[in-house]
Each structure stands twice: as C-alpha cells, then as structure tokens.
Write a protein that binds this ligand. Structure first.
Ligand SMILES: Cc1ncc(COP(=O)(O)O)c(C=O)c1O
Length: 426
C-alpha cells in the first residue's frame, strides 16, 4: 500500500498537483505588449536608434540610477563591449568568478585577454574578495563580479580592492535587475554594469542586453561600439581618454553591429513598468522561504547582507546530504522536482570543467601564442568551493516560482520536509 508520505518519485501523491495548481508561467505580457509591438510593426521603424530604444535607454538608466544606458543585442555582447570600451585586450588579465555562465569568461578571451578564474564564497556563490586579492598581478586590469542568482559579494570590499589596485569593475548583472548595495542599484556600483534580457531573466525581450555607466566618455565609446563604430548621434567629437580608440580618427572606430531592434526595446519598456512589482513579490516570497529554510536542519539559505536590499533571481539554497540520511543531492533535486512539478536544477558548472567553456576547441582563433594557449586553459585553475557547491550543495529554481502566493511557497517547504522524512526510502 502507498502511504500518504510516500515520495512521488516512488509512486506516492505529489505535494502539488500541477494540473489543478500550475506554477506561474514566464514570460508575462499583456495588452500593452500587443499594442506596442503592432505600433512598431506599423511604423516601419524596426531597427536602431528609434523612439523605443531611446525611451527604454532613458527609463533603464533612471531605474538603475546611472547617467547612461546603452542597449545591445544580448548580455554576452554587452560584456565584450564593456571590456573593449575599457581598452582591455592583449596582455591583460581579468578576474572573474569560477561559478558563472560561460559568457563572463568567454568574452574576456574574445578580446584576447586572459580570464583569471577565482573561487567563490560558499554562502553567496559570488567572488571571494580574499581570493581576488591573491589573484592580482601587474597584468590585472579589471574585475567582473557576477551577482549570481541575485546575491552580492561584499561590494565594499571588492570596490576597495579595485580602487587600491587601479582596476576597473564591470558588474555582470545578468541575474540582478534591481537590488541595492548601500542604496546603490546593481549596475551603478562599478565602472560599467552589464545586463541580459534573455528570456529567462527578470526583464526580457527574448534576447537583449544593456550597459549602464555614469562615465560620459565610456558611454560614448559603448554607443559607438554597438553601432559599427559610428559615433553617438548626440555626442560626436573626438576624445582619447585612456582606451586609445580615438587617437587617429575623430569620427569612427572599428566595431560591428551589436544593435537592439525597436521590437525588443518596445517590449522591454513595457516589462520595465511591471518589473518593480514583480521584484517586490519575489523578494517577499523568497524572504518567506528563507525564513522557513532556517528552521529545517540540512538546508541553508544564501547569505544576504545587512547592507543590501535584495532582488532575488532564481531561488537558490544549499543542501547537506548528511542531514538527509545521506541522500545524494541529485536524488534530492529529482525528488522535490517530482513533488512540486517544477524544474529544480543545480547551479552553473564550475568554469574549470564546464562543457560550454572550452577555449581550446577553437585553435584557429585562440592559439595566438603557445603561452596564451596555456594561459586560457580553464583546467589550470583550482576552484574547490565552486566544485563543492556544484557537486554537493546547489539547489536552484526558476524565479517564476517566486511569483506565486504564500501557499505556493508552503508547497516548496512541504516538499522539502516530506523528502527529509522519507529520505531513507529514497
Ligand atoms: C551571469 C551571466 N552573464 C552573462 C550572460 C549572457 O547573457 P545573454 O544570454 O543575454 O547573452 C548570462 C546569461 O545567462 C548570465 O547568466
């Protein structure tokens, strides 16, 4: 006979019947999106520098609290353009976390610099400032903190390390649209903020990205870089502050087409109006979940600092199999996923062994010298915390689950409790 407590994985009733109680879906849109997309369609202005792009850039800059926002085609290209605008390239090293999406590192190689993979803090999965300090060499030019799953590293400490060592900071905000550190929004703390608007993100047009900065000169370089090297429409003129782009030519610089379309900008303008309320709801639900997790032996919430106001992205927490009768983390994920009818994942693969971060598969592009070839070998980096988090601890759920009601959050907690009780059977 099947007991009520039998895990769904073994044929029992799941905690949640998703046929009668589906999870909130993503993306979210309404009549306004339909209207603006038709507006763009009928206008015939489908490409760049249109009214929607200008409107979105102004609105997003104001949201993030920076003087400038420049939209681009996605959040990979934005990282590449940020590095280029800062003049980072051959001979330079860039420090970034070993736990992130491959683009954070791959773009460093795409500008011919060397990504230096640094380990993370176990309770935030973000750059460990002490390890950043150890990784600095005379060649280091920049640090890219990634606010992974909406967490922050100690940004006070990171910014002082950067300032002491004269390093640029590019914030990878692909997971943090909103959220403040000491009252400053993510994307306004470092020299440049890089955002993704890919479908899985808080603000989305299917694909898309944006760069935020307070620096006039950087903004004008970024604008040119995303637009085939054309100087910005409103800020033409020459400048040669540091990055060396304008030395010979006051008008144009070498670049490609990384522009966003009016369709994307129109969707993003609508999404940005919805996002603050969605962020508040996610934060309320995630804080509720974290409070409940505190009371369960064997699961640990991610650390949130007193200096930050959160903007939770995909909901993540840590698992300890010892407290779950040695149930492997893979089995735990599968079991709660089945109880909830919700995809439950691990985190990104550590970049020293990630299937999609493999620079040595492109020798014709990246084997510039034998020395460089060795320097960009991801396997040379030791990342014990990233490996531990990935192999033993990480539990991640898509942020749309946080757009439900308190009862939905109780289902998540009940699923964890049920698995804890039935761990032996599994
Ligand atoms: C941390 C991080 N950085 C950069 C990116 C790249 O963004 P995009 O997919 O828009 O190119 C992503 C995308 O998932 C990401 O998660």
């Amino acid at each position: 006979m099947i007991k009520t407590s039998t895990p769904a994985l073994l044929g029992g009733n799941p905690v949640r019947d998703v046929n009668s109680k589906p999870w909130p879906s993503w993306p979210i849109w309404g009549k306004e999106e339909e209207k603006v997309l038709l507006d763009v369609l009928h206008s015939g202005v489908w490409s760049y520098n249109g009214k929607w792009e200008k409107q979105f850039n102004a609105a997003f800059a104001s949201y993030v609290g920076t003087k400038h926002c420049i939209s681009a085609v996605n959040g990979t290209v934005t990282l590449q353009l940020a590095l280029e605008a800062l003049g980072i390239g051959w001979g330079d090293e860039v420090i970034l976390p070993g736990l992130t999406w491959q683009a954070t590192a791959a773009t460093v190689i795409d500008v011919n610099a060397v990504p230096i993979l640094v380990d993370v803090c176990e309770d935030t999965w973000c750059l460990d400032p002490a390890k950043v300090r150890e990784a600095i060499t005379p060649r280091t030019r920049a640090i890219i903190p990634v606010h992974l799953y909406g967490c922050f590293t100690d940004m006070d400490e990171l910014m002082s390390i950067a300032r002491e060592n004269n390093l640029f900071v590019i914030e990878d905000c692909a997971h943090k649209h909103g959220g403040t550190w000491r009252g400053q929004k993510a994307g306004s703390i470092g020299d440049i903020g890089s955002f993704s608007f890919q479908l899985s993100k808080h603000l989305t047009a299917g694909e898309g990205g944006a760069l935020t900065t307070n620096d006039e000169d950087l903004a004008s370089k970024l604008d040119a870089l995303r637009n085939c090297g054309r100087r910005p429409e409103t800020a033409a003129g020459s400048s040669d502050k540091g990055a060396g782009y304008y030395e010979d030519d006051g008008n144009f610089i070498q670049s490609g087409n990384y522009r966003i379309t009016e369709f994307q900008a129109a969707l993003l303008t609508c999404g940005l109006k919805r996002m603050p309320d969605q962020n508040n709801l996610r934060d309320k639900n995630a804080s509720y979940l974290n409070e409940k997790l505190e009371g369960i032996d064997g699961v640990l919430p991610m650390r949130r600092d007193d200096r930050e106001e959160p903007a939770f992205f995909n909901f993540s927490f840590r698992y300890d199999r010892k407290k779950f009768r040695n149930l492997p983390v893979e089995k735990f994920r599968e079991a709660i996923s089945t109880e909830l009818g919700l995809q439950v994942d691990t985190c990104y693969e550590p970049l020293n062994n990630a299937s999609l971060y493999c620079p040595h598969t492109k020798p014709s592009r990246h084997r510039i010298t034998d020395k460089y070839w060795d320097q960009i070998n991801p396997k040379r980096f030791s990342l014990p915390v990233c490996e531990k988090v990935y192999e033993q601890q990480a539990i991640c759920m898509h942020h749309s689950a946080l757009l439900g009601i308190t009862e939905d959050m109780d289902d998540i907690i009940n699923a964890i409790l049920k698995i804890r009780e039935s761990a032996e059977e599994l």
